[in-house]
Design a protein around this ligand. Structure first.
Ligand code: HEC
Ligand code: HEC
Length: 301
């Protein structure tokens, strides 16, 4: 009996040592990802200065989800605070205390949005630049015009610090923790697609949905998020698990009021409160496009 305990103790100790070695390995490997510096000179984007562009930039900032992580007025917020993934802070984008450096330039904004690289050359963590890299010059220009016009707000926040789950995900590449690593930095500039209720414009806008709903829009758990977050819904025209039986009015109601056709409420992790400010043209374009995507069962992302 005593001998058995001894062997068991050795076995347990061995497993613990292996886990510690694996942990150290992941820590060291992930640090080489997080600390890597990128020297990227982004393409020039014309930044408009008229007030209409700033107003439109503000609307984009709300409807394209920037407010979800950077706060209603760009003052910053703690987006994820959980020891497993880590503390992820959508930085204060204003010129107030704790905000972006005073000399933060138009080039710096474009580098962050199109390439996922901060002004210090580090890859930005969680900031979904792999989506914004598909925004055309007009949208990027207006977003930057608005950010440059933001009222300074004092808000000192902690630094982003990554926990074991995000470290593991960055080493395995299973979720876009460092979007800089998956962006095509030599891509042609995105086409200017005129805002109209067309499939093409809807496809352009759907870039903002795939992060949570999946590349094929069939939904499922959002990679990298703790299990208490709801899975993305199926937005393909599948009859029973998607929006195949929905009407255009049903879709507008979901996006504007957060209600499904059966009256049930959509979890506000689906950023419908912000997306409710999309124009009729934008929602119609999305609807037209969604009807054309291949029908899939839920969760095939
Ligand atoms: C899912 C959360 C999230 C969303 C959505 C998001 N950001 Fe960020 N953003 C972050 C985080 C986190 C950082 C800081 C990352 C870091 O320091 O590694 C950041 C950093 C930035 C920076 C600073 C880059 C630098 O040089 O330090 C800018 C500018 C920025 N975001 C603009 C935007 C704009 C504009 C949008 C919307 C089009 C947006 N962000 C949407 C999370 C987000
Ligand atoms: C930050 C993540 C996120 C983004 C971005 C996002 N969604 Fe969602 N969406 C969700 C989640 C999660 C659900 C399921 C909510 C629930 O279970 O109550 C959902 C549900 C929905 C629903 C309700 C469908 C149903 O059957 O319940 C619609 C419609 C929808 N999203 C459309 C969109 C569109 C269109 C976009 C892009 C313009 C988008 N979403 C972007 C997370 C997101």
């Amino acid at each position: 009996m005593k001998k058995l305990f001894k062997w068991l103790a050795i076995l347990v100790a061995g497993v613990v040592v292996l886990i510690i070695i694996a942990g150290i390995g992941i820590y060291v490997m992930s640090n080489s990802h997080f600390n890597k510096k990128y020297d990227i000179m982004p393409e020039t984007v014309e930044i408009p200065s008229d007030s209409a562009s700033v107003v439109e930039g503000r609307r984009l900032f709300v409807t394209r989800g920037c407010v979800d992580c950077h706060g209603e007025n760009g003052e910053g917020s703690i987006f994820i605070d959980n020891p497993a993934p880590g503390t992820v802070v959508g930085v204060n984008l204003t010129q107030g205390e704790g905000g972006l450096p005073e000399n933060y330039s138009a080039t710096d904004y474009v580098r962050a949005l199109r390439h996922g690289v901060g002004s210090d050359g580090r890859g930005l963590v969680i900031m979904p630049s792999h989506e914004y890299t598909h925004y055309n010059d007009i949208d990027i220009g207006r977003l930057v015009a608005y950010m440059q016009a933001m009222e300074p707000i004092d808000n000192e926040l902690p630094q982003t610090s990554v926990g074991p789950i995000f470290r593991m995900l960055v080493v395995t590449g299973a979720a876009p923790i460092l979007p800089v690593e998956i962006i095509d930095h030599n891509a042609e500039k995105p086409e200017i697609i005129p805002p109209a209720p067309t499939k093409e414009y809807g496809k352009y806008l759907s870039v903002g949905c795939i992060g949570c709903h999946g590349d094929d829009l069939s939904g499922g758990p959002v990679p990298g998020l703790p299990p208490d977050y709801p899975p993305g819904a199926n937005l393909t025209p599948h009859q029973s698990t998607g929006i195949g039986s929905w009407t255009k009015d049903d879709f507008f109601k979901a996006m504007r009021e957060g209600k499904r056709p059966d009256g049930s409420e959509i979890n506000p992790f689906m950023p419908w409160p912000a997306m409710s400010k999309m124009t009729d043209t934008e929602l119609e374009a999305l609807w037209v496009y969604l009807l054309t995507v291949p029908e899939k069962e839920f969760g095939n992302r």
